[in-house]
Design a binder for this molecule. Structure first.
Ligand code: NAD
Length: 403
């Protein structure tokens, strides 16, 4: 059976179709496993529809549009749980002119209360298509007196709300919320599609597989309202900084290391890499350095313990090659802050430095994944002192300091 709203109606399966009140930029797997799931499970979720747009290619939109935004979420733990998610009620491709126009129009519409983003870390540049379109939508809204709105970045960079506010630079009734998002969601494979077809009987061209764990921490105001995400487990805090650091450093920092060092050692997935005693020791040492700079209330030790279990979940096939993408930008936000804090404390930050060295060695060995800074990496590798040049690319200050 094809998966779409009319087929479901024919089979007497009732799914809500709420009006669009949320616009989303970046229609990847993560958005569907995270914000869409939280919205569906919010107590008033059936009042909040999402219009979701792909930003760089039509692939995700082409798969989801014929399904009227419906897709299957598989939570893979000790056993699977399979669920149909319905909050996406409109799908578009903003890499095409007509989709971009529609997205800008929806951001400006008074009925829209929230804009969410998962555009990857590399998307946070003043001239990226996502930022330009978001800016255009907000400018149009302010000009038309569309009323207050909240923008919620869901990408892994600290102070994402403030960073985005500065990039967009729109004055008016626009609230930027900072968030820390956590749910390991690999790219969907053809095998996942086939297993969903066998389990559910419907042909879903865009299922998503994720882990059972989910966390969303938010700081900021929603002047135009929002779904009651807290009833699905989201947590609203006054100061997000330590929560963000806990997640960025412990989870994402370890991921980037496991990707660079793990690929070099012939591993393919996170589960394989964390089972490698040498890599595990590197992760433990980095976590000890990071934990020294986190307040007690975020429970770094318990979070780290849980992470080992999450990383070791072999049923989540999280590929190191996917995680290794854009390592340059990622190391700056996931690892460099720990190294800096260690050096301020008068220590060498050897474990943090080992994470950076793993990236340098991967680059030198030609183990490359797509990186927004590929041209600069190429130039560094061509120079006589490629190690020093790569370190300079990461942060020029690093080469001036003794190791
Ligand atoms: P994905 O590759 O499936 O989707 C990424 C989306 O971002 C796509 O729609 C793509 O078009 C868009 N995009 C990519 N580069 C862009 C750019 N330079 N400018 C504008 N748009 C761009 O990835 P995903 O797994 O959905 O993850 C997306 C982001 O979500 C991650 O980069 C991360 O910041 C955040 N996140 C992911 C996970 C996870 O486990 N997958 C966990 C926490 C946070």
């Amino acid at each position: 059976m094809k998966l779409n709203r009319s087929e479901l109606a024919r089979s007497a399966v009732a799914v809500p179709k709420p009006p669009v009140r949320i616009v989303h930029l970046g229609l990847g797997a993560f958005h569907r496993a995270h914000q869409v799931w939280f919205t569906q499970h919010a107590a008033d979720g059936s009042e909040w529809g999402i219009a979701a747009f792909s930003m760089r290619s039509a692939t995700a939109a082409d798969a989801l549009a014929p399904q009227d935004g419906l897709f299957t979420l598989v939570q893979r733990g000790a056993r699977d749980s399979v669920e149909l998610l319905w909050p996406i009620v409109e799908v578009g491709d903003a890499s095409a002119e007509s989709g971009a126009v529609r997205m800008v129009e929806l951001i400006a519409a008074p009925s829209t209360a929230v804009v969410t983003l998962t555009i990857t870390e590399a998307g946070y540049a003043a001239d990226s298509a996502a930022i330009r379109l978001l800016r255009a939508g907000l400018v149009a809204r302010v000009a038309a007196g569309g009323g207050p709105i909240t923008v919620v970045p869901c990408d892994n960079l600290s102070g994402n709300g403030e960073v985005l506010a500065a990039l967009v630079g729109v004055e008016g009734e626009v609230s930027f919320v900072s968030t820390s998002v956590d749910r390991i969601t690999p790219r969907t494979t053809p095998a996942d599609q086939e297993s969903v077809r066998r389990t559910t009987g419907w042909t879903d061209m865009a299922p998503v597989v994720t882990e059972p764990f989910a966390s969303w921490i938010l700081q900021g105001d929603f002047p135009a309202g929002r779904p009651r995400w807290e009833s699905a487990g989201a947590v609203f805090v006054q100061d997000i900084t330590p929560w963000e650091q806990r997640k960025l450093w412990l989870l994402n920092g370890a991921h980037t290391y496991l990707a660079n060092a793990g690929l070099a050692r012939g591993h393919v997935t996170v589960a394989e890499a964390i089972a490698d005693a040498e890599l595990r020791a590197g992760v433990d040492a980095f976590w000890a350095e990071a934990a020294a700079h986190l307040p007690v209330e975020v429970g770094a030790a318990a979070y780290a313990e849980q992470l080992i279990e999450r990383f070791a979940n072999a049923r989540i096939e999280h590929r190191l090659s996917q995680i290794a993408a854009d390592s340059t930008a990622k190391l700056r936000v996931r690892v460099l802050p720990v190294l800096r804090a260690e050096r301020v404390a008068g220590r060498s930050g050897a474990a943090s430095m080992a994470f950076i060295d793993a990236w340098i060695q991967a680059m030198q060995a030609g183990i490359r994944s797509a990186d927004a800074e590929d041209d600069q990496i190429d130039a560094a590798l061509m120079s006589g002192e490629s190690g020093t040049a790569l370190l300079t690319l990461l942060d020029p200050k690093l080469v001036e300091e003794p190791r």
